[in-house]
Every structure is written in structure tokens, then in C-alpha cells.
Ligand binder design. Structure first.
Ligand code: ATP
Length: 371
């Protein structure tokens, strides 16, 4: 295993597939993944995740910037000499070969002895639960089994770095969950520095020690799952992480006597602004207010919360998801309470003011409170 460092990495494609000639698919991307760490690169389709991974693997030319694996700058090192294990979303197994021969393929190409290959496969196969499948051919395997073989093939050479590109995206929901847990267990056992590329925030949140969130080729935030969830750097991260997503609503600050309020346009909803924001707001200012659905509560009849109409009520088994109309926008809340509501019912909204986040309406950057 080894540390991975990306230093001011850029990628510009110069062919028709790029949206614009001057667009950078990866734009000034820097990141350090420590020895043995599991890092997720997360972002929407087209944000540059795979391009970044392919540059690390040496499969894509770097326009500008540097990549270090350990102390070695690998920009000009051939992919096969970078000591990287790769598993992409499509399994790319050789159909005529059985599982054993598929896993052995790259070792044989390196002229490793059959005895050594046998020893390594015997060690790796149980870790990925493919020991019973060694005689099977890929055509008879499920998607989950194929991906296990694929990952076994990637780690058999004991790489310094394991790169996984959307390894679970072809699998159905249940199998994704199972394999997600197994990848996490595998990482703990082999302790190999690992990068996973995914557009699935749940996958990144549950697997990775740290998450790099990308948008339009640029790094938006790099932090632990808790940091990106609780302390988002900007509106994009706030809206991207969390399911259901954070409510992000445009509100105006008003002042009455010494008290500040968030006023929701075209509605009577008013929330008292927590003291910690007082030094960063002014009367009349417009801001984006972010609050997670679980931080909006339903007040009882005696509460001071604003009255709002229920637009949609969904019973999701373990929790209830309620969408209420606030002016021209909808605000979502979730609750574990055993309540039943219907369209048109009136509830009282109580927002946990201490859990709110503020963002600049122009730049989307976080407006930080002074604690
Ligand atoms: P997805 O989740 O859909 O795989 P991604 O985040 O991995 O997306 P990339 O595949 O890295 O995104 O693509 C980033 C940008 O670079 C996109 O605008 C894409 O169209 C462009 N791009 C990717 N590969 C090429 C290529 N070979 N030639 C030209 N443009 C490319």
C-alpha cells in the first residue's frame, strides 16, 4: 500500500466528445489519500470522476499536474508498472476461461510460477467468496459473482493502490448492499489504499473514510462522511449529500426590534435567526437557507410554529416523509413518529434553528456563523 497524491491535476480533451474545446474535464484537482485509506470520488454524471481515475491508472494522458504514488511521481510511468489494481463497472472477464484462469491471467502474463499462483488464489478466493466458483465460467455467474471475480483479479497482484470505478452500478439493490459490505470488510482485511468512483452518495458515505465531491471537474469538498454531511462547504455539497436532500430555500432576513427572522417569501412562515448568525447577516439580506428534512419537526397545537398545508404524505415504513407548501416552494420533512396525514391537512412547522445552514445566493458558498 502507499499514499496517493494528486497535485493540481487538469485534463482537457481535444476531440468532439468534449462539450467545449476549452472545457476542462478535470480542473485543478488536488487530493491526498493516505496509506491504507479508502477514498470515494463522488459526483454527478460527467463531473470528471472516471477521467481522474484513469489518469491515476495511467490510461489517460495528464494535461497538467502531478500524480505521486508513495514518493514516486508516476506521470510518465507505464500503467502496468504503477502497481495498481483496477476493477471497472463492466467486469471484462474472459468468457472462455474459468474463474481460476481469469484470476490467474495477469499473474501468468508476468511469468509467475503455477505453484505461487495457486497459493495466491487459494488465499484471495475465500476473501471474495469465489472459492466455490473457481471451476465455473463467467457466463454462468450472477452480476455480483462476476464483480467479486473482477475484484479478486484486481487485488491478486497485491497492488499498492486499488482503483474501483462504479463497481456496484450494474447490480440490483439487494446485491449492491451485500457487496458494499463485503468491499468494506475486504478493505479492512487487505488494508490497501483504495479509491472508489461512484455517483451514489450512499455508497460513498458507507464505504469511504473520506469523500471527494466533484462538480464540473472541480473539487468541491474533501472530508469524512460526517464532515461533508454536517458541515457542507457550499450549496452543491449540501444538496448532493443526504437522502432526502437538504431543503434549500431562498429567504429574506427581516428585523423586528432586536430579533432577526428568516422570512419565507409569499408565506407566513418565519423562523427566528439563531444568535450565532447575527454578525454575518443584515436586515433585508437574501440568503439560501438549508435545513435537512429530519431537522424540521411537527409542532403540537400549542407550539408557536407556523401553520402550513400538507402537499404530499408518504408512509415509507420506518419513517414518514411529508412535503409541505411554503410560498411557491415545497419543504420536505421526515419523522419516525407514527402519524397519518393527508393532502390539505394543516400542521405546525418547527425548524431546528441551530441545525440550519446559510449559503450565499450568488456564489452558493457557505456563510459561516461565528460560534
Ligand atoms: P459518469 O458518472 O457518467 O461516468 P464521470 O464523472 O466519470 O461521469 P467523465 O467520464 O470523467 O465523468 O467525463 C468528464 C467529462 O469529460 C465529460 O464532459 C465527458 O463528456 C468528457 N469526456 C470523457 N471522456 C472523454 C473522451 N474520451 N473524449 C472527450 N471527452 C471526454
Amino acid at each position: 500500500m502507499a499514499q496517493l497524491q494528486l497535485k493540481n491535476l487538469y485534463k482537457q480533451y481535444r476531440n468532439k466528445k468534449s462539450k467545449q474545446q476549452n472545457d476542462f474535464a478535470v480542473n485543478d484537482f488536488s487530493l491526498t489519500c493516505n496509506d491504507g485509506e479508502f477514498v470515494g470520488i463522488l459526483g454527478p454524471s460527467g463531473c470528471g470522476k472516471t477521467t481522474t481515475l484513469r489518469m491515476i491508472a495511467g490510461l489517460e494522458e495528464i494535461t497538467k499536474g502531478e500524480i505521486f504514488i508513495g514518493d514516486t511521481k508516476v506521470n510518465d510511468i507505464h500503467p502496468k508498472d504503477r502497481q495498481i489494481g483496477l476493477a471497472f463497472e463492466d467486469y471484462a472477464l474472459y468468457p472462455p476461461l474459468n474463474v481460476y484462469d481469469n484470476i490467474a491471467f495477469n499473474l501468468r502474463a508476468k511469468k509467475i510460477s503455477e505453484q505461487k499462483i495457486h497459493e495466491q488464489i487459494t488465499q484471495i478466493a475465500p476473501l471474495l467468496k469465489v472459492d466455490d466458483l473457481l471451476d465455473s465460467r463467467p457466463v454462468g455467474l450472477s452480476g455480483g459473482q462476476k464483480q467479486r471475480v473482477n475484484i479478486a483479479r484486481a487485488i491478486i497482484r497485491k497492488p499498492k493502490l486499488l482503483l474501483l470505478d462504479e463497481p456496484l452500478s450494474h447490480l440490483d439493490g439487494k446485491m449492491r448492499q451485500v457487496l458494499r459490505t463485503e468491499i468494506k470488510r475486504l478493505h479492512k482485511e487487505i488494508n490497501c489504499t483504495t479509491i472508489i468512483v461512484t455517483h451514489d452518495q450512499l455508497e460513498a458515505m458507507s464505504l469511504a473514510d473520506k469523500i471527494a465531491i466533484m462538480k464540473d471537474g472541480k473539487l468541491q469538498q474533501f472530508g469524512t462522511p460526517l464532515e461533508v454531511y454536517d458541515d457542507p462547504a457550499n450549496e452543491f455539497v449540501a444538496g448532493f449529500i443526504g437522502e432526502p436532500p437538504m431543503n434549500l430555500m431562498t429567504v429574506k432576513i427581516s428585523k423586528n426590534m432586536d430579533e432577526f427572522f428568516f422570512d419565507f417569501p409569499k408565506s407566513e412562515v418565519k423562523i427566528s435567526v439563531p444568535q450565532r448568525y447575527h454578525s454575518v447577516i443584515v436586515d433585508g439580506m437574501t440568503v439560501k437557507l438549508g435545513v435537512r428534512p429530519m431537522d424540521v419537526l411537527i409542532g403540537d397545537k400549542t407550539s408557536k410554529g407556523s401553520r402550513v398545508h400538507v402537499a404530499v404524505f408518504e408512509n415509507l415504513g420506518e419513517e414518514r416523509k411529508i412535503s409541505v407548501r411554503v410560498g411557491d416552494e415545497f419543504l420536505t420533512l421526515t419523522t419516525a413518529e407514527e402519524i397519518r396525514l393527508k393532502h390539505g391537512d394543516i400542521i405546525r412547522l418547527q425548524v431546528k434553528a441551530e441545525k440550519t445552514h446559510l449559503f450565499d445566493v450568488e456564489t452558493g458558498q457557505r456563510i459561516r456563523a461565528t460560534d
